[in-house]
Write a protein that binds this ligand. Structure first.
Ligand code: GAF
Length: 377
């Protein structure tokens, strides 16, 4: 049954429109977004769809097809957290719009369905936030720009859900470009689209490591970065060069110093990697992605042994003909590899031979292409 039919079954009418927003994978530039730095993601094949229709009253009713659950709230009352986690992304966006003065007079009915793997670090929550923001904007003619919708989604996640994430995931979902990776300046929100070389595949491999403590560890990393920025007397670590870091690190807490060094280097690597991809200089890209992974492992301390193993196994096949590293917030989740199409099967076979044997976990491989921004279907 398609989403329109599911909507009709729940609400006894047809939706006015359906909006689609994609998940994302980040090629390089991890945890740099909330340091006002650079990231280099693309939107991927997986998406969240929301079908909506306006109500005549102030009631909001949301049906999650994938959980077979329904959430209801009234716009005339203060919006509180729900005990259903998925519902908080919808409530959070409505709350964020209200907080920012976008009042809409009527409620709505909504059906949600997504296929972004959950808990994989591929931004299922950002895709939901962006789809909901776009749908409300279209439904009530709020005329929000896509970048504004991304910011509303981030605000919802920071202040309503409680994860102090940066802007990367929402902005990628809101502003993706077909066949391109986006070099995003997370301070100015300027985006440069860089086309993938035709001979490369984007491979994502899910480690299936159960991610625990992601939220709290994520927020801790952010605090450590902020402590370091304060030490250097700057707004964000984006404003510190490696030379300034080396000259001024005395007195900074050892852990915060490790985190800061990683961020400062990762920012530069991201800029260099975007240039390398643009110039089809895959050997350089390969080196930068490898250095990024080592930084995430040793200095930022967000990888996991099973994820490190995936990176090693893929690296054994790909060598300098492609790059591989963990992607996303960390503590499990996925690795991303850029590799020539003709190596895809070799990598799959190599992983099938070794990963499960050594970890007891089964890898899951997705080969993706870069997709376009949030849109009405
Ligand atoms: C998560 C966050 F939501 C992003 O903002 C970003 O910080 C990422 O982790 C790490 O690069 O996806």
């Amino acid at each position: 049954m398609n989403l329109n039919d599911m909507f009709a079954k729940q609400f006894f009418r047809q939706p006015e429109m359906t909006v689609r927003a994609h998940g994302r994978v980040n090629l390089i530039g991890e945890h740099t977004d909330y340091n006002d730095g650079f990231v280099f993601p693309c939107a991927i094949d997986f998406y969240t769809d929301v079908a909506v229709a306006a109500n005549e009253n102030s009631q909001v009713s949301v049906y999650a097809v994938d959980y077979d659950e329904r959430d209801e709230f009234d716009l005339r009352e203060a919006i509180a957290s729900s005990d259903k986690q998925w519902a908080n992304y919808v409530r959070g966006v409505v709350w964020a719009l209200q907080q920012q003065g976008f009042d809409f007079p009527k409620g709505f009915q909504m059906a949600v369905h997504g296929n972004v793997p959950q808990g994989a670090g591929l931004s299922s929550s950002a895709a939901l936030e962006v789809a909901v923001g776009k749908a409300i904007s279209q439904l009530f003619d709020l005329k929000l720009e896509n970048a504004q919708i991304a910011k509303i989604g981030q605000f919802a996640e920071n202040e309503f859900v409680g994860c102090k994430c940066g802007i990367m995931d929402q902005l990628t979902s809101a502003c993706g470009e077909t066949d391109c990776a986006l070099l995003i300046d997370c301070r100015s929100l300027q985006i440069q689209d860089i086309e993938f070389p035709k001979h490369l595949s984007v491979m994502i491999v899910h480690s299936h490591v159960k991610r625990g403590l992601v939220g709290s560890e994520y927020n801790t990393r952010r605090e450590q970065c902020e402590t370091a920025a304060k030490h250097f007397g700057v707004k964000a670590l984006r404003d510190v060069s490696l030379a300034e870091f080396d000259a001024g690190k005395a007195g900074l807490d050892e852990i915060a110093a490790k985190r800061a060094r990683y961020i400062i280097q990762e920012n530069q690597r991201t800029l260099d990697a975007a240039k390398a991809l643009q110039n089809n200089d895959i050997a350089t890209l390969s080196r930068l992605m490898a250095e990024s992974h080592i930084g995430m492992c040793d200095e930022f301390e967000i990888t996991h042994p099973a994820v490190d193993l995936l990176v090693d196994l893929i690296g054994e096949i790909v060598g300098e003909r492609g790059g591989v590293r963990m992607t996303g917030g960390g503590f499990g989740g996925c690795v991303v590899a850029l590799l020539p199409h003709d190596l895809v099967n070799d990598v799959k076979n190599h992983l099938a031979q070794h990963y499960e044997k050594q970890t007891g976990l089964k890898e899951e491989v997705f080969v993706c292409t870069a997709h376009s921004r949030v849109h009405v279907l």
